[in-house]
Design a protein around this ligand. Sequence first.
Ligand SMILES: Cc1cc2nc3c(=O)[nH]c(=O)nc-3n(C[C@H](O)[C@H](O)[C@H](O)COP(=O)(O)O)c2cc1C
Length: 357
Amino acid sequence: MSQLFSPLTLRGIQFNNRIVVSPMCQYASVDGFASDWHLVHLGSRAVGGAGLIIAEAAAISPEGRITPHDLGLWSDEHIPGLKRITNFLKANGSVPGIQLAHAGRKASHNRPWEGGKAIFPNEAEGWQTVAPSALSFAEGGPVPTALDDEGLHKIRYDFREAAERALEAGFRVVEIHAAHGYLLHQFLSPISNQRTDQYGGSFENRVRFLREIIDDVRAIWPTDFPLFVRISATDWTEGGWTPNDSVALSALLKEQGVDLIDCSSGGNVPHATIPVGPGYQVPFAEQIKREAGIPTGAVGLITSAEQAEEIIASGQADLVLLARESLRDPYFPLHAAHTLGDDRPWPVQYERAKPRG
Ligand SMILES: Cc1cc2nc3c(=O)[nH]c(=O)nc-3n(C[C@H](O)[C@H](O)[C@H](O)COP(=O)(O)O)c2cc1C
């Protein structure tokens, strides 16, 4: 039997297979609301057979959005639209998950297809961003305000409230976004965090804010439901966050009740040199799994059934997350099962199209 199609149970939740739809911003929301686009986008991938579908980075507050069009979870009014989606995913065999995010100094941008440029606070639709330190992401870019104690408390509160809403909306996995140069990654990395208080300086201080948020969220997230954290395992930059830092952090998060580390990389420095290639981030998932003893997810240029099977079968990771390949082929899991000779049922409505033999 294919290992890719073996079930996995984390806490009380069973995933039918190891294929995960990686969180992908759709920038298709008005005021943070899920739209029909989200239902069809995520719903298609449930029809396609993914074990777990992680809905895109949902902003915990309006100022935490990357763009004015991000999905959000800062209001109870956001719940019903998401509930409709989670009901559909569950009815079609996928576990619904959602990523909770704050973009920090990388907030207030326009959409990728509009150029993906920073919108300065004095420009239409822009706002003042916040971060651990008043350091812009890119040279000449907007300078964030360094968060004070009140600001930090508000963000902790917002993460917890957003997690409660995610639960109410029917999600079974919550993933905290601490990767790609967004707010929590900004705290982890000495490049973006130059604070002199208890949240900056030493490793222990830089990981403190993320760890506080994990404690807050774990306290309200049911013990039967898994909690994931996405990290950038390296900044790919001298003087930045390193794979060994990631191992040390993952071991701490494991003690706090985190169930899986989703291992991405980069995003905190505009001009890092990244050796992008097939499965280029898989070694981080492998290292963290081995050295911190916690389940991991591998992501990044995983594009074929055989490659995904090999990652799981060789024990490099417990889950594979697919982003762009899942956009190219929403039915990737159904096709992968056929490629690997694993006879999976297709949705009954599509049964007549299932390849035979
Ligand atoms: C359209 C798009 C939107 C994305 N949005 C998110 C996001 O909301 N959160 C996140 O952690 N990563 C996001 N990513 C990164 C992906 O989840 C993934 O880590 C990355 O694309 C590498 O995987 P791939 O090679 O399978 O595409 C996005 C990627 C794409 C292509």
